[in-house]
Design a protein around this ligand. Structure first.
Ligand code: TPP
Ligand code: MG
Length: 199
């Protein structure tokens, strides 16, 4: 998409997000190299939440940071606090400007933490300590950024109550809608996999 945009001289930047676990697979390296060689306007954002299911980041990387990989593909790499929306905004803004200026791709590693098990099948008690999870919960941006906004007198109790009510309503409506929806037709399983000709 970024190559097509560049060829058509469109003013755009593409942004792709993926886990640090995905960044160990070939696709990431091939895509990053391609974007680097062709100086494509791509922002590669790695959400490093420190786990790929049960595998901790220490068993995934031989280098210190995921962003260290950027130099091999001819692009700058940055590691920012993924729990800090302002730090993420600053890094993405600079990367988008680089992309628009024709300076090519950027790799941004946002460091965060996976607060829940990987899925409902996953028992995370088998591979990490409760204390580690409890510590990370304190750094969740829902908590820390809300505190920051309160300190700045931007988030008042009134706004927060209103926001929470609105969010609860949206989630409840979506849950009711999903629970009341009928099952999909079996024939629809192959839809959106292959091109379909309207006849
Ligand atoms: C090619 C491939 N291998 C393995 C899997 C199984 N799998 C699904 S999610 C996952 C871990 C992904 O970890 P990460 O990229 O760090 O993302 P996170 O879930 O932490 O956001 C794995 C191994 C898969 N979906 N595809
Ligand atoms: Mg991960």
């Amino acid at each position: 998409i970024a190559l097509a945009g560049k060829m058509e001289k469109k003013d755009f930047v593409s942004l792709v997000t993926f886990g640090e676990g995905s960044s160990n697979q070939g696709d990431f390296h091939e895509g990053a190299n391609f974007a680097g060689v062709h100086k494509l306007p791509v922002i590669f954002m790695v959400e490093n939440n420190k786990y790929a299911i049960s595998v901790p980041v220490s068993k995934q990387l031989a280098c210190e940071k995921v962003s260290d990989r950027a130099i091999g593909y001819g692009m700058p790499g940055f590691t920012v606090d993924g729990n800090d929306p302002l730090a993420v905004y600053e890094a993405v803004k600079a990367a988008a400007d680089r992309g628009r200026n024709g300076e090519g791709p950027t790799l941004i590693e946002t460091v965060s933490y996976r607060l829940t098990p990987h899925s409902s099948d996953d028992d995370d008690r088998t591979y990490r300590e409760r204390e580690e999870v409890d510590e990370a919960k304190k750094k969740d941006s829902i908590v820390t950024f809300a505190n920051y906004l309160r300190e700045q007198n931007i988030l008042t109790e009134e706004i927060e109550t209103e926001m929470n009510e609105e969010i609860n309503q949206i989630v409840n409506d979506a849950t009711d809608y999903a629970e009341n929806a009928s099952y999909a037709e079996a024939e629809s399983a192959m839809k959106y996999v292959y091109e379909e000709n309207e006849e």
